[in-house]
Design a binder for this molecule. Structure first.
Ligand code: NAD
Length: 483
């Protein structure tokens, strides 16, 4: 089969098969074909992987940061050399067009490995002089980290979690989404080829139950999840029972605000990227597009013209720029939201049609005249459905934009410099954009507030989430004991 890897899991430096686990079919979203058949990890394999990772971590942490960083950077180079093959695999795993995966997935993973590989040699504590005594701090790894991925960016998510974890001297067991299990195996293989010692980055396949077994093991010190808010609540609660560190990268319903003075085509570009890239299956998407009434008609007209240019088709064809949804269930969810939008009185401006071909296809969809109380303005759809809402004033739009349980991202399009910064400062969101949308360079912290998450990925901030400080008091003066 097309995407068939050497085996289901990557444990302790090699591919491992374990047919005692439940079968896991990998389906190519563009055709509905089964392209690989894997197995979930059994309890025995989970225990063995944890045991070996705990042992390996001690030796990994004992290496210098420079040594660890060299290996991560070597892996980044190998990923870049093999970008095309990895992108083709990412396209089979997710259905996202090759035009996207060639520039957004393996390359983003390589950026993370490069960046944290570079930081590894610079991890340091501080020296605090207290008269003749002093305190010094040591930045130490957490130990064994578990990474759990969503299905929309399997390569990127694996690397965004592995790179800072490994740079800090941790070991990681990564459980990809059961929908997209292939890409992380390749990352594990490449890390191993780059010189990563066995047991430091492992991949175990499985559904939620495998994730739960990992999280609940007392030898696991940290859990980093990318997934939905409901899953985040469950995972956070399990981690809390063991007092484990967490990073939660969860869902959103982010506002994208377009003021009358914005550059029209730039704003339309932002709305297209922030709603239809990866067929709308992006957590930080700006799915509530607030458009000031003065620019509304021009915006909708231009948007409609440009969305009509989407090239929908074979994702492996590099000219295609709009692919299928991940699975039949997601297609069903999106269809139901479209039906709800219509029944609640939203105006369907464009799309909303199922495409009659094998796989999970729906056209990019734009609703106008949306009000804040409509279901499609409140709930995360995770599909190509844009909701356009009107607004009159700055104060009004800020209040409405913040009326949501989510807080992952937000964007503002305006040519008024002061207004851009003033509005962004008042939006309750972690990842924000002015005259842009969805840029996610490794140098910038990424993550949400409110229900959208806890902690940050990427940037120097991620180091805080994969390490802990030990403080050491050093006494040079005599101790004054009371007796
Ligand atoms: P999901 O929550 O269904 O699954 C995410 C992962 O959690 C999967 O690997 C799944 O197997 C695992 N899981 C499910 N139940 C579990 C449990 N009880 N214990 C442990 N693990 C469990 O999410 P999804 O459908 O794969 O992805 C879509 C969601 O992810 C959307 O809400 C989207 O916004 C969010 N997302 C967030 C980010 C971000 O960085 N903030 C990025 C991508 C996707």
């Amino acid at each position: 089969m097309i995407g068939q890897p050497n085996a289901s899991h990557f444990v302790n430096g090699k591919y491992v098969e374990d047919t005692s686990g439940q079968e896991l079919d990998v389906i190519y979203p563009a055709t509905g074909e089964v392209i690989a058949r894997l197995h979930e990890a059994s309890r025995q394999l989970i225990d063995q992987t944890i045991h070996q990772a705990v042992r390996a971590q001690k030796m990994w942490a004992a290496k210098s940061g420079a040594e660890r960083g060299r290996i991560l950077r070597r892996a980044a180079d190998l990923i870049r050399e093999r970008n095309r093959d990895l992108s083709v695999l990412e396209t089979y795993d997710t259905g996202k067009p090759l035009q996207e995966t060639l520039v957004a997935d393996a390359t983003s993973g390589a950026d993370a490995l490069d960046y944290f590989g570079g930081l590894a040699a610079n991890l340091a504590g501080e020296h605090i002089q207290l008269g003749n005594d002093w305190v010094y701090t040591r930045r130490e790894p957490l130990g064994l980290c578990v990474g759990i991925g969503a299905w929309n960016y399997p390569t990127q998510i694996a690397c965004w979690k592995a790179a800072p974890a490994l740079a800090c001297g941790n070991a990681m067991i990564f459980k990809p989404s059961e929908e997209t299990p292939l890409c992380a195996l390749k990352i594990a293989e490449i890390l191993s080829e780059a010189g990563l010692p066995p047991g430091i980055f492992n991949v175990l396949q499985g559904r939620g139950k495998v994730g739960e077994a990992l999280i609940n093991d007392p030898k696991v010190d940290k859990v980093s999840l990318t997934g939905s808010v409901p899953t985040g609540r469950r995972v956070y609660a399990m981690a809390a029972a063991g007092m484990k560190h967490v990073t939660m990268e969860l869902g959103g319903k982010s506002p994208l605000i377009i003021f009358d003075d914005a550059d029209l085509d730039e704003a339309v570009s932002g709305a297209i990227l922030g709603n239809f890239y990866s067929s709308g299956q992006v957590c930080s998407n700006g799915t509530r597009v607030f458009v000031q009434t003065g620019i509304k008609e021009a915006f909708l007209k231009r948007l409609q013209e440009r969305v009509a240019n989407a090239i929908i088709g074979d994702p492996q064809n590099e000219s295609t720029n709009f692919g299928p949804l991940i699975n039949a269930r997601q297609l069903d969810i999106v269809q139901n939201y479209i039906a709800t939008g219509k029944s609640e009185g939203a105006r369907l401006l464009y799309g909303g049609e199922i495409i009659d071909r094998p796989g999970n296809w729906i056209t990019p969809t734009v609703f106008a005249d949306i009000t804040d109380d409509m279901t499609i303005a409140i709930e995360e759809i995770f599909g190509p459905v844009m909701a356009v809402l009107d607004f009159e004033t700055e104060a009004e739009v800020i209040a409405r934009a913040n009326t949501t349980e989510f807080g992952l991202a937000a964007g503002v399009f305006t040519n008024d410099l002061k207004r851009g910064h003033r509005v962004i400062a008042q939006l309750e969101a972690g990842s924000c954009f002015i005259n842009s949308y969805n840029d996610a360079p490794v140098e910038a912290p990424f993550g949400g507030v409110k229900q959208s998450g806890v902690g940050r990925e990427n940037s120097k901030a991620a180091i805080e989430h994969y390490s802990q400080l030990k403080s050491v008091y050093v006494r040079m003066t005599p101790i004054e004991a009371p007796y």
